[in-house]
Design a protein around this ligand. Structure first.
Ligand SMILES: C[S@@+](CC[C@H](N)C(=O)[O-])C[C@H]1O[C@@H](n2cnc3c(N)ncnc32)[C@H](O)[C@@H]1O
Length: 292
């Protein structure tokens, strides 16, 4: 290893411990988890194989790889972009600059969405602001009888969406370039419209972890009105929801009540919030009544 080289011996055990210490010094919260992910990435070993090979030596090439990753993490470049992929709902999604990294919290959106369409045969689903395709492609794969349209405005993100669709063989999904503000795809009919839109306020943008600064701002911040996308989506797409169909949104901290109000004011029924694993209201959904 260059820089703070491991000089005793370059066993997996030593490199893992040294990596952990250095990441901790850089202020990285999940340093132990990240050190393990890095070792897994450069060895290609799973957890069990790592345990069984603690005393195996890493090659000079592998040591350089580790060093390279550590230096990038020192600059707080996201680990997910370094690896070029990240896991979401048990599947691997390709990610890189220009696309939002799928978050674990967003899995609650998927759970809620699956529940909302559980009794619908061949559900038509529209994922607005699709990014990597984490939500829409997962739904299409979890429900093979569904037909999922994923809409994304920005070209780099759309490229990842299409790549992930191909790599995951989501044959019942299509990725489309479009803008929710002009109501693209709103002339279709869907049983579920799901969205994790940009919702971070301008004030909150200033308080985020340094890694988030490498992610596209257009994926995170809607500008001065943090609820803008919810209002626009409900306004532009309500007519695109089938009777008994639903909207399902991811929301930011303290936004659930306002988003519930947006849905209720638009005439949606059964409006509810769902909490994430930290007990925070993370998803808001509402259904369209039978007679519109
Ligand atoms: C919070 S990210 C969500 C990405 C993905 N759905 C996920 O959950 O990981 C929001 C996405 O909305 C896209 N976006 C921003 N403005 C848009 C617009 N006007 N129309 C459609 N997509 C837009 C961004 O490029 C970004 O990919």
């Amino acid at each position: 290893m260059k820089g703070r080289a491991i000089t005793t011996n370059n066993t997996i055990f030593n490199v893992y411990n040294e990596t952990k210490k250095r990441l901790e010094r850089f202020g990285i919260e999940d340093y132990g988890f990240e050190a393990r992910v890095i070792i897994k990435h450069i060895t290609g070993f799973d957890n069990k194989k790592i345990m069984m090979n603690y005393n195996a030596l890493l090659s000079p090439y592998q040591l350089n790889q580790v060093e390279d990753i550590i230096m990038k993490r020192q600059a707080r470049y996201p680990l997910q972009y370094i690896l070029g992929e990240w896991s979401f709902y048990g599947r691997t999604f390709k990610v890189g600059e220009g696309v939002l990294i799928p978050r674990a919290d967003t899995e609650i959106v998927v759970e809620t969405a699956l529940n909302l369409i559980k009794d619908t045969i061949n559900p038509g689903v529209l994922d607005l602001c699709a990014g990597s395709g984490a939500i829409g492609l997962t739904l299409s794969l979890e429900r093979e009888d569904s037909n999922v349209t994923l809409l994304e405005k920005h070209t780099p993100a759309l490229r990842y969406c299409k790549l992930n669709k191909d790599l995951l063989s989501a044959d019942n999904a299509q990725c489309i370039n479009g803008d929710v503000f002009t109501g693209d795809c709103s002339n279709g009919k869907f049983d579920l419209i799901v969205s994790n839109p940009p919702y971070v306020s301008e004030d909150d943008m200033k308080t985020l972890q340094p890694e988030v600064g490498y992610e596209p701002e257009v994926a995170l911040c809607p500008g001065s009105d943090e609820l803008l996308f919810y209002r626009e989506i409900v306004k532009n797409y309500k007519k695109a929801v089938n009777p008994c169909g639903a909207f399902c949104f991811e929301v930011g901290i303290n936004q659930a009540d306002s988003v519930k109000e947006i849905l209720s004011s638009a005439g949606l029924k059964n409006v509810e919030a769902v909490k994430d694993y930290a007990g925070i209201d993370r998803v808001v959904f509402g259904t369209v009544s039978e007679v519109q």
